[in-house]
Design a protein around this ligand. Sequence first.
Ligand code: NAD
Length: 424
Amino acid sequence: MSAELASPIQREFNPWLAAEARFDEAAARLGLDEGLCKILRTPARELTVHIPVQLDDGRLEVFTGYRVQHSIARGPAKGGIRFGPDVTLDEIRALAAWMTWKCAVVNIPFGGAKGGVICDPAVLSDAELERITRRYTAEIFEFIGPESDVPAPDMNTNAQTMAWIMDTYSMHKRYTETAVVTGKPLDLGGSRGREEATGRGCMIVTLEALRRFGIEPYNATVVVQGFGNVGSMSALLMSRLGMKIISVIEIDGAVYNPHGLDIEALRRHRQETGSILDFPEAETIDRDDALCLECHVLLPAAKENVITSQNAGKIRARIICEGANGPTTALADAILSERDIFVIPDILANAGGVTVSYFEWVQDRQGYFWNERLVTGRLEEIMVDAFHDVVSYSEKHKVNNRIAAYMLALDRVAFAIKLRGIYA
Ligand code: NAD
C-alpha cells in the first residue's frame, strides 16, 4: 500500500515514514543544501540478483536477493544481510540509509548498506540455506569486499552464515579474506565481545544518562522489554552494576519484583522452561502495565512500534534507552519530548553492535586479535563520546536527542561529501 493511501495508524507504524520524518526535520534544522539532501536521500548503488538453487528434493528454485549501498562517503558500506519471505527492496533501501546514520553517530569510518534474500528459512534445510548463501555471495562478489562493502548478520542469518560468505568470497579470491564480513565465529576471525556488544553499548549510554540526572546505578530501577540477545545482555550487565531490574516483559507475559529480579537465574529459568513466566520470587503482571511501571530506565529491546501515540502519555520512566530499532513512533516522540522524558535514540543506543563489528574488521585487517578488555574499553570510549556528541547537539540546537542524533549524522556525512567533492 502506498504511504499516501495508508491510515493514520498505518502511517504512524511505518518505520520508513518515521525515518523520513526525522531525516526531514534534521535536514531542515541543519539548513542542509537541497542538492545534498537529494544525495543523502538516494542510495548510491542497488543490486538485484536472481539465485538459482537446487533444493534437497532435486527441484530447482530461483530466489531473489538484494544488496543496497546507501553511502560510501565516510568509508566502506556496512550492514547486515537478512533472510525472510517478506524482504522487499524498499525495506532494504531504508535499512541501508539507517546504517549510514548509525555509523556516523558513533563516528566509525563506514557508510551504510543492507542486503536480503527473499526466502523462508523456516522451511529450508541447513544445506539449502548454505547453497542460497553461497550462490548469493557469488552473485554479489564484485559488490562486496573489505574495502568496499562489509556484510554482517541480521534477521535469520548468523555467525554460520557469515562463515559461508567468508569462505565463498575467499574461494573466488584464492586466498582467505576474513575482513569481508563481520559477526563471524571467533575461530574464523570474529571479535571477542561481539555477542554482548549491543547490550553493553546500551548499558554504557544508560550509565551516562543516569549520571546526568545524578542517579547512582545502585539506586536505579529498570524495566526491560524483550529478553533476547540485546535485552537479556543489557539486563545482565546492568544488574551486575547493582541496578534493579524490576520487570522483564516477554512475548508471553511479564514478570515483576520491586526489589529486583535475579537476572542470571531468570536467564537459566528461560533456558530450562522456554519462558520467563513462573519464575520464583516474581509475580506475573500484565505486559502493558509493565511497560508503564514507574522506573528510572525503560529499555525496549524487542521490536519496533512499542511506544506509540496511544501509550506514550502513560510511560513513567525518566530515561528510555532504545535497544531495539524503531521502538518509538514519531508521534510518540513528540509526546515524550513534551513530558521531558530523556530518550537515548536507537541509532545511538544500539550502535554498540556495529562498533564491535568495526573492531572485528580492524582486527582482521591487522591480523592481530584484541583481548576482551581492549574491546570493551574501546567500545566504552566510542559510546561515551557519541552520547556526549548527541547531547551537546541537542542542547545547542534545542531539539530532542533523536533529532540531535540525526542532525549529527547528517552533518558528518554531508561534511564528508563536501570535502570529497562530486566526481564527474
Ligand atoms: P532476539 O530475537 O534475540 O530477541 C528479541 C526478544 O524479544 C525475543 O526474546 C522475543 O521473544 C521478544 N519479543 C518479541 N516480541 C515481543 C513483544 N511484543 N513483547 C515482548 N517481547 C517480545 O533479538 P535481538 O537481537 O535481541 O534484537 C532485538 C532488537 O534489537 C531488534 O529490534 C533488533 O533489530 C535490535 N538490534 C539488535 C542488535 C544485535 O546486535 N542483536 C543490534 C542492533 C539492534
